[in-house]
Structure formats: structure tokens, C-alpha cells
Design a protein around this ligand. Structure first.
Ligand code: PEP
Ligand code: MG
Length: 889
């Protein structure tokens, strides 16, 4: 028969910390504390499997469960020296949930269970405190009726307030035992009237009601949402912990509190916590009374005049401190503890690994590794890679008040404050005069690059996590909120319409790119601090990882930032971003408007020196590290003006007829530009563009090699290939130009020509494409877009609905779809290596900076990942964790 009930107490337990999946976190740790001989009130844990069986049977308890619980409960009674339901010495119980992953406050709890009209008298007799007994009883009725019977919590509060007013009492503690009895009678009457059933007097009925309620709370809306947000599967189920009550509200020698073995926000190695005298656990968290500090040092720091536990109950405190040390050493991690002191006797109610900020996590991991408690590899594993974001950008001070006026996707982390501007020109203009601005656009396009650079933060109304705004902002390390659909722009009046009314140009807002919130006004910030602990963890991570980490960068500022974060080269230089500066876009437009090859070549000749100097600078910054440069990718119309006014202005600048310009714009218009004339298709139509870029790359390589002394091995990447023949055509042009430059300069240059794998056909035909390609770089943005047939710029609105309806559990543009897109990557990797065993394989889509996707990249054996500069440390850490878990499994 399956064992469904596990007993603990009196220094032993049937389970242990290893049984977390079956007993839940709380149950496993209670068992473990018992095994360590710590003072834990005796109890039993009903397994998580039982929860699943309960649901499978249509919310019925499995057969035999009642007998098993009864048997275990009498043993609990023996250990506690009292029996459940006994009229003389009643055992009272707490009934709590406890899933495998901690889900704070999401599920139900019932305390003081077992009280009824008879046992309450025994409790009064035994405690010698009638008021305490009846107060406990009314708390129990209130909690039970609410949690188990579904009565409205407010209704009880109304009765209580009403009676207190009638009696002229201010505080609950003023209410006498008789008065509590009147209140209890009114409670019971209200329950019967409202719910049509009396409050159960039978303790066993109470117990099964509570156990059923805890199981049912696994499926309440709160818990379901929490699980979705934290990727907790519904199949895990919750355990139920039924435990003998201990009372922290048994007068002034009793207390209850919570503690962390180290400070959870700074990581400082000092006991940190709070308690309340004469209170139950709920009172500490409820915030009705101000809790007191556990330690004298903490009390002095907080400027409180209320005594610490260290002073007021020195013996219990000393025992507690001993236990915290033992538990931390035992679990080899910072612990979050709950305890109760009943008439001077200490009881441990919970221990678990404590949640902490990124800063604290680094400090704790490094100090524990230095103390020999954990290995450097374990220290690396203790840091959540995504949390490093908190350390690399200014963030909103957690203490600051937030006046939220809208929200969107957390597209690029960090926080920024500035005045609203609605156009890129205004952003550039304002930043010239030293003003800080937030660029607010419906969506951004490559033409906004300048404004985006000038702005402190970017807010868009439309667009997802891989929209232009999101990708570019992340690349620049600029905070961005994208797809804030609840906001509207009235561009004619230059107004932003928000939940809290209208704002105009020049009004100040703050973006929290880490949460997606838009706030009114300016808000206090904390500046990033790359402390020594950060460096130590990164060192250990680098020693453990196998994949290289490169960056996606095209500006010198990005390239420098990425190197300072530890990038080992550039994995993607998107050259199109280099053509938007004022002096370049004119030549670019001339080139696009030219109606013959000679005209195009003349305009390209003007662009050549600019491109060359861009590449030279990038090569110099990278000082011999590999640099992958991608040939022009986007459709040409992105470089042309759109509105009639813009067309007129540009025609004037270029000295061409506005109608001619307008008709060329019209000609280049595409219904579906993402699937249109872009990528290598441009190089095939206009090979002279690719030739100019190639020449710039090779001439720059010669120059940079001279100035740095480090040879440059350029990697030239052809985008959006699906046919081997496309690559052959473009590669032939690249090779021809390379030969010319090598001859002209008299320098030998080794270089690679490779391709993006970003279309399903390319993945399927990878074996053949690898005959021509010396490297593959997986462009998982386009590969996701084309595999799903979902536009990366329009996906945000409906993918959100998909997530809410449980159709997908994460956005495939953020974290790779392992089963679909991932399968194509795996296949292309294998086929590529079959043809060319030493083929270099990397990823440069947004997924290259996502920890879960990086784990997948390690599994398929890529050589490197490439991501935006601010994600480089995250990728280094995630790659190390992936390598460590690969060697462990
Ligand atoms: C990709 O498609 O994944 C990629 C890196 O290219 P881009 O985002 O520039 O289309
Ligand atoms: Mg692409």
C-alpha cells in the first residue's frame, strides 16, 4: 500500500529533507529538523501524491487515508501528552499547505483546530486564562468559516467592531472572556444564517474540512496564477502538514517571530529578524503591531526602544542562535526561519532556504565558498543569472513610492527618468541641451536610432519583446517598456493619454524596464555597483564554462561596454544601424534612388570610407578577438522617408523631384517586408552593396591589424539564406573583393564566410549549405518567426492571451521553443558538423542572452552564444551553470 502519511516529532521523523517532492518543502524540512533533534512540535505530513489522488477521484479522499491519519494522530497525541478531541487535555492542531516549491501566501492555513464549546473550557482551565482560550476559539471560528466554509471575512470583522463599540472597547485585548462568548455566539448564528449549516463541533469533521480546503486551495485562482508566473507545474500538488499547536500568545513569556540567518537584502553575515511578544505567527506578518528586533544590534540600528529578544528572553534567544547556526551549516545555505516561544520554551516551526536580492546572493555565495562550506562551482550555481540585471543598471529604490500610470512588457531592464518627447528629432534636440528625455513612440523603426541613443529610456505603445525598440534598447543598455497597450498617443496634440489622465511633452515620467511599469514623475534610484563579489563569481563561472560568450554590437560604445562585461568577441554586427546617421543616410538614399549600377556605385563610394572607419574602430576595440559582421539585412525602403512632408524635405536635400522620390518609395513598398526583399536577396539584386561592405571590412582589418599589432580574422556573415546557391553567389563576390584587397595591401588576411541559419529551409538543408559556409550563426529571432509563422513585431498582443489560456507557458521569442525551433537548431548543428566537422557554431538571436536557451545551446554543443552587451555577464553565468550541470548528469 502507498504510504500517504509521514510522522515527525520527538527527535525523529519518517521522512527527511530528501523527500521534498513527496512531503513538500515545509514537510521535508520539519522532518529534517526533527532528525537533527531540534525542538519541533510533533505532527504528520500528508503527501503531495495524496493531493493528486484527491483530484483524480473528483475531490474525494483516497480510501484508507482517514485510518492512516487517525493512527498517526494518536501518536502525535502521545508525543504531545494530549489527545485530539479529548475533553480534559485536548490536542489542538495547525493545518498548513506545503508544496515542493514555496508559494508564499497562495494557499490556505487553519490554526487552533480542535476547539469547540467543550475543548475551549479545557483550554481555559489548563491555561488558567479564560480570555486567551475564548479569543483563540473565536479566531479559529473566523479562520475556519472563512477558509473551509467560504464565509465572508468582513462579516466577522463587522460583528467584532460592532460589539467592541457597544462595549466601549478600543482594542481586542480589552475584550473579556464573557464578552468573547457573546461574540462567538453571534459568529455561530451568522454562519448558520448565511451558510445554512452550523459551525462544526466535531474536531474530526473540522480536521477533514481543513485538509480538504488545503488540497482545494492548490487550484484556487491565486495559486494557479502564481504557478504560471513561476513555472511550477500543477502536477506537483501540495502536501498538508498537521501539527500540534504551540502558542506564542500565551502571555508575556510567549512570543513568535521570523528570522534570516543572514541579511536577505545585503547578504551581511548577521542574524536578522523580528518578533512579537504575546502574539501568533499571523500577527507578525499582518503588520498590525510593529515587530521588535531579535538582536540588540538590530534594535540599536533601527532606533527602536522596544527590547530585543536577546535582552528580554536571553535563554530562548541563545538556544535559537545555536539552532540557526546548526541549520545554516546543515543546509549550507542562508535559512529563513519561523519560531514560537511558548511560556519560555522555544519551538521551531519552519526552516527553508531564504529568498534574497542579487547583491545578497553574490555576497552569501562568495563568503560560503571562502569559508569552505560550498565549492566555487556550487557558489556559481547559487546565483540566478537573470538576477544580475539588478546589478548592471540603475534600479528604482525599493522604498520609493510608485505612482503607476501604465504598464507594458519589461523589454530592457533598468530604470530611467526623463521628460516626455514624441519624436526622435526632439529627443536629439533636447539631449543636446543637456535635458534627459524619455522617447515615447507608437513603435520605433531604424530611423529612430538617433532618438533612441539620445533618450534615457524608451516607451512604445505597440511591439513585443523582440520588436525593434526592445532589441535595440537592450543592445544599448537603455531601459525600455514596449507594448504598453493601455496608453495612447495623440500625436497631433503631442499628448500621452494614461490611466491617470493626460501628460504632455516635457512632463516627467519614469520607466521601470525590469517590471514594465510606467510611473509618473521622478522616482529615487539605486546606482549599479559591480562589487568584488560579482568579480569573484564571474571568475569561477569563466573557469567552469565551455561555450564562449560574444556580444551583438555595432557601435563603439556598445562594443566597449560589452568588453568591460567580459565579451569574447562580436557575434553579430548589424551593419544597417550604421547607415542612419545624418551624413550617411543621404548617401544611402542616393544609392537607393539611383536607377543604374553606376549611380549606385558612386553613392556607395561615398559610404565606403565611413564603413571602413566604423569597422576599424570595432576591430581595434576587440583587439584580435573574433568579429562577425553581417551584410546589410533590412529591406531598402526602411531607409526612405514615408510621409509626404518627409518626402518633400528629403527630395529638397537630394535635389530630386519629390514625385520621383514618392514613386520610388511606392515602388519599394512591400506587403510583407519581413518576408520580402531583404537579407541576401538584396546582395543578389545589388551585389555592389555587398562588395562595398566587404571592401570596407578587409581594408579595416588591414588598418586595425597595423594599429593594434593583433591580426584580425574577419567573419563575414550572409543573412537570410535558404539556398546553398544564394550563399555561393554572395560568397563569390566576397572572395573576389578579398583577393583584390589582399593584393592591393600586400597583406595576407585569413577570413571566414558563413551564414545565418534563420529560415527553416536553411536548417533542413544545413548539410549542403555547410559545403559553402565556414560558420553558422543561428538567428533564432527570424527562425522563431518563420517556424511559427508568427510576426515578431505583432506577436505580443496574442501571445499574452496564449499564456493566460495555458496554450504556451513562455514567449518563444524570449526563451527558445526547444521542441520546435530547437529541433531545427539541433538538426542543423548535426548536419552542419557532418559536412564540416570543424564548422563554427553560434547563436545571435535574442535567445543568446536567455539562461534557459543557453542551457539548450550547451546541450546541442554550440561553440558560442552572442547577446546584447548588458546580458554578457548573465550569459557567462548561465553558460557556466549549463556546463556544470552537463558534467554532473
Ligand atoms: C535573428 O533573426 O535572430 C537575428 C539575429 O537577426 P535580426 O534580429 O537582425 O533579424
Ligand atoms: Mg534575422
Amino acid at each position: 500500500m502507498t504510504k500517504r502519511v509521514y510522522l515527525f516529532g520527538d527527535g525523529k521523523a519518517e521522512g527527511s529533507a530528501r523527500d521534498r517532492n513527496l512531503l513538500g518543502g515545509k514537510g521535508a524540512n520539519l522532518a529534517e529538523m526533527c532528525n537533527l533533534g531540534l525542538p519541533v512540535p510533533p505532527g504528520l505530513t500528508i503527501t503531495t501524491d495524496t493531493c493528486n489522488a484527491y483530484y483524480e477521484a473528483g475531490r474525494q479522499f483516497p480510501e484508507g487515508l482517514r485510518d492512516e491519519v487517525s493512527a498517526a494522530l494518536s501518536k502525535v497525541g502521545e508525543m504531545a501528552g494530549r489527545q485530539f478531541g479529548d475533553a480534559e487535555h485536548p490536542l489542538l492542531l495547525s493545518v498548513r499547505s506545503g508544496a515542493r516549491a514555496s508559494m508564499p501566501g497562495m494557499m490556505d492555513t487553519v490554526l487552533n483546530l480542535g476547539l469547540n464549546d467543550e475543548t475551549v473550557r479545557a483550554m481555559a482551565r489548563e491555561s488558567g486564562d479564560e480570555g486567551f482560550a475564548y479569543d483563540s476559539y473565536r479566531r479559529f471560528i473566523q479562520m475556519y468559516a472563512n477558509v473551509v466554509m467560504g464565509a465572508d471575512h468582513e462579516a466577522f470583522e463587522e460583528i467584532l467592531e460592532d460589539e467592541k463599540a457597544r462595549l466601549g472597547h478600543e482594542l481586542d485585548t480589552d475584550v473579556s472572556a464573557e464578552e468573547w462568548q457573546t461574540i462567538i455566539a453571534r459568529y455561530k448564528q451568522m454562519i448558520e444564517e448565511e451558510l445554512g449549516t452550523p459551525f462544526p463541533q466535531d474536531p474530526h469533521e473540522q480536521l477533514w474540512g481543513a485538509i480538504g480546503a488545503v488540497f482545494s486551495s492548490w487550484m484556487n485562482a491565486r495559486a494557479i496564477t502564481y504557478r504560471q508566473l513561476h513555472d511550477v507545474p500543477a502536477s506537483w500538488g501540495t502536501a498538508v502538514n498537521v501539527q500540534a499547536m504551540v502558542f506564542g500568545n500565551f502571555g508575556n513569556t510567549s512570543a513568535t517571530g521570523v528570522a534570516f540567518t543572514r541579511n536577505p537584502s545585503t547578504g551581511e553575515n548577521r542574524l536578522y529578524g523580528e518578533f512579537l511578544i504575546n502574539a501568533q505567527g499571523e500577527d507578525v506578518v499582518a503588520g498590525i503591531r510593529t515587530p521588535q528586533s531579535l538582536t540588540e544590534a538590530g534594535r540599536i540600528e533601527s532606533g527602536s526602544d522596544k527590547p530585543s529578544l536577546e535582552k528580554s528572553m536571553p535563554e530562548a534567544f541563545a538556544e535559537f542562535v545555536e539552532i540557526t547556526k546548526r541549520l545554516e551549516n546543515h543546509y549550507r545555505d542562508m535559512q529563513d526561519l519561523e519560531f514560537t516561544i511558548e511560556r519560555g520554551k522555544l519551538w521551531m516551526l519552519q526552516t527553508r532556504n531564504g529568498k534574497r536580492t542579487a547583491r545578497a546572493a553574490l555576497k552569501i555565495a562568495v563568503e560560503m565558498a571562502d569559508a569552505g562550506l560550498i565549492s566555487p562551482q556550487e557558489a556559481v550555481g547559487r546565483i540566478e543569472p537573470g538576477s544580475l540585471d539588478q546589478l548592471l543598471h540603475p534600479t528604482i529604490d525599493p522604498k520609493a513610492e510608485r505612482n503607476i500610470i501604465g504598464s507594458g512588457l519589461p523589454a530592457s531592464p533598468g530604470a530611467a527618468t526623463g521628460e516626455i518627447v514624441f519624436t526622435s528629432e526632439d529627443a536629439v534636440e533636447a539631449s543636446r541641451t543637456g535635458r534627459k528625455v524619455i522617447l515615447v513612440r507608437v513603435e520605433t523603426s531604424p530611423e529612430d536610432i538617433h532618438g533612441m541613443h539620445a533618450a534615457e529610456g524608451i516607451l512604445t505603445i505597440r511591439g513585443g519583446m523582440t520588436s525593434h525598440a526592445a532589441v535595440v534598447a537592450r543592445g544599448m543598455g537603455t531601459p525600455c517598456v514596449s507594448g504598453a497597450g493601455g496608453l495612447r498617443i495623440d500625436s497631433r496634440r503631442k499628448r500621452l493619454l494614461t490611466l491617470a489622465g493626460e501628460l504632455g511633452e516635457g512632463d516627467t515620467i519614469t520607466l521601470d524596464g525590469s517590471s514594465g511599469q510606467v510611473l509618473k514623475g521622478s522616482v529615487a534610484m539605486l546606482q549599479p555597483e559591480l562589487s568584488g563579489d560579482f568579480g569573484r563569481i564571474m571568475e569561477w563561472a569563466d573557469a567552469a564554462r565551455q561555450m564562449k560568450v560574444r556580444t551583438n554590437a555595432e557601435t563603439p560604445a556598445d562594443a566597449r561596454a560589452a568588453r568591460s562585461f567580459g565579451a569574447e568577441g562580436i557575434g553579430l554586427c548589424r551593419t544597417e544601424h550604421m547607415f542612419f546617421e545624418e551624413d550617411r543616410i543621404i548617401s544611402m538614399r542616393e544609392m537607393i534612388l539611383a536607377d543604374n549600377e553606376d549611380g549606385r556605385r558612386a553613392a556607395l563610394a561615398k559610404l565606403l570610407p565611413m564603413q571602413r572607419s566604423d569597422f576599424t574602430e570595432l576591430f581595434e576595440i576587440m583587439n584580435g578577438l573574433p568579429v562577425t559582421i553581417r551584410l546589410l539585412d533590412p529591406p531598402l525602403h526602411e531607409f526612405l522617408p514615408k510621409s509626404p512632408e518627409e518626402i518633400a524635405e528629403v527630395a529638397g536635400l537630394l535635389g530630386v523631384d519629390p514625385d520621383l522620390l514618392a514613386s520610388r518609395v511606392e515602388e519599394l513598398h512591400e506587403f510583407n517586408p519581413m518576408l520580402g526583399h531583404r537579407g541576401c536577396r538584396l546582395a543578389i539584386s545589388y551585389p555592389e552593396i555587398a562588395e562595398m561592405q566587404t571592401r570596407a571590412i578587409f581594408e579595416a582589418a588591414v588598418e586595425a591589424a597595423k594599429s593594434t599589432g593583433a591580426p584580425v580574422e574577419p567573419e563575414i556573415m550572409v543573412p537570410l539564406v535558404s539556398l546553398r546557391e544564394e550563399l555561393d553567389y554572395v560568397k563569390a563576390r566576397i572572395d573576389a573583393v578579398a583577393r583584390q584587397v589582399i593584393e592591393e595591401s600586400g597583406q595576407s588576411i585569413t577570413y571566414l564566410v558563413g551564414t545565418m541559419i534563420e529560415l527553416p529551409r536553411a536548417a533542413i538543408r544545413a548539410a549542403r549549405i555547410a559545403e559553402a559556409a565556414e560558420f553558422f550563426s543561428f538567428g533564432t529571432n527570424d527562425l522563431t518567426q518563420t517556424t511559427f509563422g508568427i510576426s515578431r513585431d505583432d506577436a505580443a498582443s496574442f501571445l499574452q492571451t496564449y499564456r493566460q489560456k495555458g496554450i504556451i507557458d513562455h514567449d518563444p521569442f524570449v526563451s527558445i521553443d526547444v521542441e520546435g525551433v530547437g529541433e531545427l537548431v539541433r538538426m542543423a548543428t548535426e548536419k552542419g558538423r557532418q559536412t564540416r566537422p570543424d564548422i563554427k557554431l553560434g547563436i545571435c538571436g535574442e535567445h543568446g542572452g536567455d539562461p534557459a536557451s543557453i542551457r539548450f545551446c550547451q546541450q546541442v554543443g554550440l561553440d558560442y552564444v552572442s547577446c546584447s552587451p548588458f546580458r554578457v555577464p548573465i550569459a557567462r553565468l548561465a553558460a557556466a551553470q549549463a556546463a556544470i550541470s552537463a558534467t554532473e548528469s
